[in-house]
Design a binder for this molecule. Structure first.
Ligand SMILES: CCCCCCCCCCCC(=O)SCCNC(=O)CCNC(=O)[C@H](O)C(C)(C)COP(=O)(O)OP(=O)(O)OC[C@H]1O[C@@H](n2cnc3c(N)ncnc32)[C@H](O)[C@@H]1OP(=O)(O)O
Ligand SMILES: Cc1cc2nc3c(=O)[nH]c(=O)nc-3n(C[C@H](O)[C@H](O)[C@H](O)COP(=O)(O)OP(=O)(O)OC[C@H]3O[C@@H](n4cnc5c(N)ncnc54)[C@H](O)[C@@H]3O)c2cc1C
Length: 627
């Protein structure tokens, strides 16, 4: 029945202050207030409706996304929302769109790689959305290997311009979000050529379309690259293809914080590491880690609520069947994901701090923590997105057949989320970067340069010193093992930062205790999953392994009465969850049944095509039956 809370009995079991946990999850009372207020604003506005996406054609879907993006912008302006509130509104609108790249990459690239003067010119236009930008780095032939990009930017001292050109088919820009049909400008990454000499890949601001009639400018060929994985899903985004045919831009449109070209055609490299050109990717990788906790917590919220609603087998003397959340197998699949959602939340908080710290240091030309920041953002982006993509799929399976319905919210969540394992850096390529960082650390063991921060523990692995020889030779050969070591390194960071979080003051009855249980589940689940490595290296004995497994089972029992409250703490509206299985009141079956009849296929009792194809078939069968 509507209005009845079918999960009230579960909520009454909670052993901690859920409202206090909501503050912990949000990060602060202020952050909770903004999230709560904006999520409800979006949920209550029919202009942000999203339950019909899977029934729209690509063109209808895209036009609807443009409408929503414009409506969101109007809401932001009319309500005078702050930058924080506006970002939250775009988050709760929950629709991949060109605005993700405008706000998430185009603006950060100008802030990170533009000079003061360039920032003063371009940022006001971008903040007012008087230009719409995209981040055009990847090409048809190269994505991971940035130094392999082929687009050229040749300086012409006669006219004080750069000539941007796509010399080959594979140099076509390919994938940039927002590029296909909307962006008016791009940060295009190209090989800088001055006086016949190459100076590596740099970023250039290039106008693509007229601000009058949106037509592509002279020398620009641009379009969408076509449908992507899953219906609806990421097809609200116009990932594009772009070719330059000797497009001329003023010299001052090369982003010049890292390298400069003077009007005399002199190339200068600032005394900053050339990798600062990659700074935008580092920034987005740290946001992607926080985003992983959001995506995983959505899936876990759906699967946990539905696991408490769903009953299957186990009826005693005609009594109710067993809630599937009470099965140990369901708990052993679901609760580690619940623990991971919280673990990724806290590692995302820490990474945001690390990124802010390294950015502050860069302003003082202190590059000492840049390598660690690169390794942490790359590794944790890889770890959390892989675990989240796998976790969303596991949550779909935890919901049985109904998890496969679009109305469960899980298929679309999976389809939208999985490219996170690829974009902003293929996850294996990024782990190889971490492995390179770890091997460089090993090669420095014994020297005066002591490992600090997230690699401080490596001083205790003296035996690694013997394997310093031939590091380069071994790297390629041992890359599979090194990638596994990189994952283990990142898992250690996640566990240690979860433990550090628990050493902070955490208000609210029972809140810290619940987080301790989740932290232990996260750590012991990893121990269980990788116990072969722990046993073979002598880190634990078989008795330790058995004790850990026993403790894990006990921890699952401790979480069980609190599971619904722990996912309520995410404070997601039914609108944002977009899931009948995960609805707050647990009134699943009537909603599932009602939703089925809304499918366009049920607009007519007899389907289109019956008379043309089926009736003749049936008639023919009747004739055959008579033979
Ligand atoms: C809200 C959520 C949703 C947000 C919504 C998101 C929507 C989707 C957005 C997707 C947007 C994109 O995909 S944008 C495109 C993303 N593309 C990528 O991420 C490309 C990935 N590839 C790369 O980053 C690069 O090619 C590398 C790092 C793999 C290799 O670069 P390289 O220049 O060849 O460097 P390499 O020789 O390996 O290393 C040389 C030295 O540089 C260091 N180094 C390498 N990179 C860095 C770095 N970034 N910062 C510092 N240092 C670095 C190395 O550690 C090494 O140090 P030492 O050992 O010498 O000391
Ligand atoms: C939805 C989506 C949105 C995107 N948005 C943008 C955008 O806005 N702007 C932009 O510029 N780009 C964007 N991209 C492109 C994205 O950044 C690249 O696809 C990504 O960096 C991976 O590069 P790649 O496609 O070249 O993969 P590849 O490197 O070709 O990967 C293919 C395989 O090769 C392996 N591999 C590659 N190199 C090595 C190596 N050295 N050692 C071992 N294995 C290796 C990889 O692990 C992978 O298994 C987007 C991509 C997607 C899917």
């Amino acid at each position: 029945m509507e209005g009845v809370d079918h999960l009230a009995h579960e909520r009454n079991k909670s052993e901690f202050d859920v409202d206090a946990m909501k503050i912990v999850w949000a990060g602060s009372p202020h952050a909770f207030d903004v999230s709560d207020r904006i999520s409800k604003l979006v949920a209550s506005d029919p202009g942000f409706r999203k339950d019909n996406r899977s029934t729209l054609s690509r063109k209808e879907l895209f036009k609807n996304t443009l409408r929503k993006a414009a409506y969101a912008w109007k809401t932001i302006v009319d309500l005078r929302l702050s930058e924080e509130e506006a970002a939250k509104l775009r988050f709760y609108v929950d629709e991949p769109a060109f605005t993700d790249l405008h706000w998430g990459m185009f603006i950060p690239a100008i802030k990170g790689q533009g000079t003061e003067e360039q920032q003063q010119k371009w940022l006001p236009l971008a903040y007012k959305m008087q230009i719409i930008g995209c981040y055009a780095q990847t090409e048809l032939g190269h994505g991971s290997n940035v130094q392999g990009l082929e687009t050229t930017a040749t300086f012409d001292p006669q006219t004080d311009e750069f000539i941007i050109h796509s010399p080959t088919l594979t140099s076509s820009k390919w994938w940039p979000g927002g590029l296909g049909k909307v962006a008016t400008h791009a940060i295009a990454y190209a090989r800088l050529i001055v006086g016949g000499r190459e100076h590596g890949v740099n970023g250039f601001i290039v106008q693509l379309r007229s601000l009058e009639d949106h037509s592509p400018l002279l020398g620009i060929t641009v379009g969408d690259i076509g449908m992507k994985f899953g219906n609806g899903a990421y097809n609200t985004m116009d990932n594009g293809v772009l070719r330059f045919d000797h497009v001329r831009i003023p010299r001052n449109q090369m982003l010049m914080r890292v390298s400069q070209v003077t009007c005399e055609g002199k190339y200068k490299q600032s005394d900053v590491p050339r990798q600062l050109v990659y700074g935008t990717m580092v920034y987005v990788r740290q946001t992607i880690v926080a985003d992983a906790s959001c995506a995983l917590s959505r899936a876990v919220c759906i699967a946990t609520r539905y696991s408490a609603v769903r009953r299957q087998f186990g009826s005693q003397n005609g009594g109710p069947e067993t809630q599937v959340i009470d099965y140990k197998t369901q708990q052993s699949r679901l609760f580690p994901l619940l623990a991971s959602a919280y673990a990724f939340r806290f590692i995302g908080e820490w990474l945001k701090w690390l990124y802010a710290d390294v950015t502050q240091r860069l302003q003082a030309n202190d590059f000492s923590t840049l390598p660690e920041a690169h390794a942490c953002t790359a590794g944790l982006k890889s770890l959390t997105t892989t675990a989240t993509a796998d976790g969303i799929e596991e949550c779909r399976k935890l919901c049985g057949g109904h998890g496969y319905l679009c109305s469960s919210g899980l298929p679309e969540l999976f389809a939208v989320y999985v490219p996170a394992c690829t974009y902003e850096g293929d996850n294996t390529v990024l782990l190889l970067q971490v492995a390179r960082f770890l091997m460089k650390t090993v090669s420095q063991l014994g020297s005066s340069k002591k490992p600090v921060g997230t690699i401080a523990y490596m001083t205790r692995v003296e035996h690694l010193m013997q394997c310093r020889c031939g590091v380069q030779r071994g790297f390629a050969e041992l890359s599979v093992d090194l990638v596994e070591a990189a994952v283990a390194h990142c898992q250690l960071i996640v566990v240690s930062k979860f433990i550090e979080k628990l050493q902070q003051e955490i208000p609210g009855k029972g809140v810290k205790q619940q987080l301790e249980v989740l932290c232990n589940i996260y750590a012991l689940f990893l121990l269980h999953k990788h116990q072969g490595d722990f046993l073979s290296t002598g880190c634990i004995t078989p008795k330790h392994a058995a004790l850990a497994n026993d403790e894990l089972r006990s921890l699952y029992s401790q979480v069980r009465p609190n599971a619904i409250a722990l996912v309520d703490a995410f404070n997601y509206t039914d609108h944002y969850l977009g899931s009948i299985l995960g609805c707050y009141d647990g009134n699943v079956y009537p909603k599932l049944y009602e939703a089925a009849w809304k499918d366009p296929l049920n607009e007519s009792v007899v389907p289109d095509g019956y008379h043309q194809y089926i009736r003749p078939l049936l008639k023919q069968e009747i004739r055959t039956a008579r033979l």
